[in-house]
Ligand binder design. Structure first.
Ligand SMILES: Nc1ncnc2c1ncn2[C@@H]1O[C@H](COP(=O)(O)OP(=O)(O)OP(=O)(O)O)[C@@H](O)[C@H]1O
Ligand SMILES: [Mg+2]
Length: 276
């Protein structure tokens, strides 16, 4: 299939947005459930500057999804402060992208993408036009009328990304969005995400279990400890952009950074108890 992409340059000029600014100070989240009290994360200090791409890695259960949900305003911290500011002084907008089945199966790809814009007061025509532009942007223009079950998992995930972009969020919160994809599709979507991010200036907070993915995407990589999750390391990724797996793998810093992150994570995964 040949891909057609919208003119991103034109989109950037039409939407001169900058991303949101995120500052989390001493965030602790405690859950009470019938099984007892669980401290998901503790004293987390984490920030993202406008337009920054921050990747979070950490052992399973250390509170990564919980942090993203709080940043999205879907949950609130037990203690600490979480500030999300928009560069234009208005209420900041955010979108979340998860892995797995998140599309409405009874709507076409186009209607799935258009759906989120209903709340934003756009006319039906404007919503569908914008959905078409975004489906072009993620290479799915030819499939706009397909139903989710008629396309591949990678195409569904691209549709989820288009849907997240539809409200033009200043903060994109991505929770292992490519985790369930085959390796080659993942490579392609990583490149597409970098291209879209580069052209739109959104702030991205991205959770992954893949160190290589973190090194490819992030301006910074935040490494968390086992639960209760706290920040173990905060690393500035020095690779120049634009990046590809080929260029970063041959960079002198790739091996040392990979080892630094893996040795930290390995300690934490083992400390978390799953492998004893
Ligand atoms: N609504 C909830 N009620 C009770 N406990 C919860 C709730 N949500 C999360 N937890 C607990 O908080 C901890 C952190 O969960 P979270 O989903 O944030 O981890 P995670 O780092 O995203 O893990 P994974 O890498 O496996 O996705 C876990 O122990 C989980 O059981
Ligand atoms: Mg999670």
């Amino acid at each position: 299939m040949s891909r057609t992409y919208a003119n991103n340059q034109a989109e950037t000029k039409a939407n001169p947005i900058a991303g949101a600014c995120v500052v989390a100070r001493n965030i602790t989240k405690v859950f009470s459930s019938p099984g007892g009290v669980i401290t998901a994360c503790k004293d987390v200090n984490l920030s993202a500057a406008p337009g920054e791409f921050v990747v979070i890695v950490g052992p399973s259960g250390c509170g990564k999804s919980t942090l993203l949900r709080m940043m999205a305003g879907l949950d609130s911290p037990t203690s600490g402060t979480l500030q999300v500011d928009s560069p234009n002084g208005k209420r900041p907008t955010n979108s979340m992208v998860f892995h797995g089945r998140t599309l409405f199966p009874w709507l076409s790809l186009r209607s799935n993408v258009a759906y989120g814009m209903q709340m934003h007061g756009k006319s039906r025509r404007a919503r569908l036009d914008r959905a078409d532009e975004l489906l072009d942007l993620v290479g799915l223009g030819d499939f706009r009328n397909a139903w989710p079950h008629q396309v591949s998992e990678g195409m569904r995930q691209r549709t989820s990304l288009a849907r997240a972009l539809a409200i033009d969020p200043q903060l994109l919160l991505m929770d292992e969005p490519f985790g369930a994809l085959d390796e080659q599709t993942r490579y392609i979507l990583q490149e597409e995400l970098l291209r879209i991010w580069d052209n739109t200036g959104k702030t991205v907070i991205f959770v992954t279990h893949s160190i290589e993915e973190a090194l490819l995407l992030g301006d910074r990589i935040v490494v968390m400890t086992a639960r209760p999750g706290t920040i173990a390391d905060d690393i500035v990724v020095p690779f120049p952009r634009p990046r590809s797996l080929t260029t970063i793998r041959s960079h002198a810093e790739f091996g040392p950074l990979f080892d630094r992150i893996w040795s930290r994570l390995r300690d934490e995964v083992e400390r978390g108890g799953a492998f004893r």
